[in-house]
Design a protein around this ligand. Structure first.
Ligand code: ZN
Length: 301
């Protein structure tokens, strides 16, 4: 069991919702598998948090990904959150990775890592329309970029705080819900109050405290209703099945050409380092019978 979980909440008499998320074990496991420069590891951890925070308000079966692409030494970084069903008891599943092109200084800022970066948010329901939104990475921090994304795309005032340490990562998000004009003045005052209280949460508190203590610390004078917490697992979705599909779509001729030069077609998952190997017999069965010989992927690392 881990403490990696997401806690949604709302206020009894204010149109404001929020989410708190801790992701310690998941972030550590993911970062242990790769050797990223410190600022890239920190950004990737925060991207995982963002992918979950944004998924919290979507009731969908499918995936939401957050990507940053730019012309700097960090070519791209992405995190994805999957919901396998719309059952709120089901955990969120996350994965993420980064592609580094050139050396990155230990204290590099976001804009130094991703010159002229774009932040791309993609929502892919299992059924239905795919959605994509893009904003420039023109703010000093990822949290501010996401606030700016919501302001530009949905005109929803949003407050986001993210923190990542050697021990894991955490995030806190508040969002104002749309109002009618008549309610707007009161809603402005409510937002100002809740936003001002939230701004007193320190990085240290966010990094250390569980959700109930954060909510008590900030809102003990407000009426807050919490939803059932939801587990978050760091888990790749690669499989021998998927790799077989990739080889099939390559075509038999191309696969045979590779097998003339080497003993097996080997596919390494870039997310989790799992290693899938299809030798001549596996490929024969795959193309002739459309069946994937069931083998466990070889150990990570
Ligand atoms: Zn994988």
């Amino acid at each position: 069991m881990t403490n990696d979980k997401m806690q949604g909440f709302m206020f009894d008499n204010m149109d404001i919702r929020g989410v708190h998320l801790r992701l310690d074990q998941g972030v550590k496991t993911l970062l242990d598998q790769q050797d990223y420069p410190a600022p890239v590891a920190s950004l990737l951890a925060q991207m995982l948090i963002v992918a979950c925070l944004l998924s919290a308000k979507l009731k969908l079966r499918g995936r939401l990904s957050v990507q940053i692409r730019g012309d700097g030494p960090l070519k791209w970084v992405m995190a994805e959150c999957r919901q396998l069903s719309d059952d709120p008891e089901q955990p969120f599943r996350v994965k993420g990775m980064a592609q580094v092109n050139e050396p990155i200084a230990p204290n590099a800022t976001l804009s130094e890592m991703v010159a002229d970066g774009r932040l791309i948010i993609t929502i892919e329901p299992d059924q239905g329309q795919r959605y994509q939104g893009v904003v420039m990475v023109d703010q000093p921090t990822l949290a501010q970029c996401i606030e700016s994304y919501f302001y530009q795309s949905e005109q929803l005032p949003t407050h986001i705080q993210l923190v990542s340490t050697d021990q894991g990562a955490a995030g806190f998000m508040l969002q104002r819900l749309p109002q009618t004009e008549a309610e707007e003045h009161q809603a402005d005052l409510d937002w100002e109050l809740v936003h001002a209280l939230s701004a007193t949460l320190t990085e240290h508190e966010l990094a250390q405290l569980p959700a109930d203590q954060v909510l008590h610390r900030l809102f003990h004078e407000q009426q807050v209703k919490v939803f059932a917490p939801r587990a978050v697992l760091q888990e790749c979705d690669c499989s021998r099945q998927r790799c077989g599909g990739a080889i099939t779509s390559l075509g038999k001729t191309a696969a045979d050409e590779i097998l003339q030069e080497q003993e097996a077609i080997v596919i390494d998952c870039q997310f989790c380092n799992a290693h899938y190997s299809f030798d001549k017999v596996d490929c024969h069965v795959l193309f002739e019978q459309g069946v994937i010989a069931d083998k466990e992927p070889q150990a990570v690392h």
